[in-house]
Design a protein. Structure first.
Length: 196
């Protein structure tokens, strides 16, 4: 079982940077690095060790809630929303790029030349809307009516167009999301409570 945790420098309050981002605009940019799936936590530990605190504002792993059945009951667990990706927030992209060079295990950094590319405004706003300040996509609930999915509540409400497939038994939805300049297949928690 993979337990999601958010990684912060010790002197930082949990929601601060996400809140500040909304209030201050683009003073802190969001960056994504591609890593081998399963090494995300180790890469974040390395980043926090080698990147100066004044350069690395925050590193995190967006997660989603899902329901798993074991020991005769349903349990809520957290899994990585984007396996193989680590997110960094920094106000100094040049120093961030230089500081990432000694990090072992990076497979790809979105960049052009020596310039690392930040997420677009729409990608950041999507992540903030989808995962909130804790970057945790909560379970959604909905029902099926005449082969159409209707979301009643949760982060999928209003995002039904991204849903490509549902698995009622596993209580999850498969989405196709335009992120990082490509289309990513992403799974999130969805409880279908009925069919009409």
């Amino acid at each position: 079982m993979y337990l999601c945790r958010h990684f912060f420098h010790a002197d930082m309050a949990k929601p601060t940077l996400f809140t500040e981002y909304k209030e201050r605009g683009r003073s802190h940019m969001w960056y994504v690095i591609q890593v081998r799936t399963g090494t995300e936590r180790e890469i974040i530990r390395q980043c926090q060790t080698v990147i100066p605190k004044e350069t690395l504002e925050k590193s995190f792993l967006p997660c989603f809630e899902e329901m798993k059945r074991y020991q005769g009951a349903w349990h809520k667990e957290q899994k990585l929303l984007f396996p193989g990706y680590v997110f960094l927030i920094s106000g100094d992209p040049e120093q961030l790029y230089r500081s990432l060079k000694p990090v072992i295990g990076l497979t790809k950094l979105l960049k052009t030349g020596d310039q690392i590319i930040s997420l677009t405004e729409s990608e950041i706003q999507f992540l903030l809307r989808f995962g909130g300040t804790e970057q945790l996509v909560k379970m959604s609930t909905g029902f099926v009516e005449q082969d159409q999915i209707i979301i009643l509540d949760g982060p999928l409400k209003g995002m039904e167009g991204y849903i490509k497939k549902i698995d009622r038994h596993r209580r999850e939805a498969s989405l196709e999301l335009p992120m990082f300049g490509r289309i990513l297949d992403v799974k999130v928690g969805l409880e279908i409570i009925g069919k009409k």
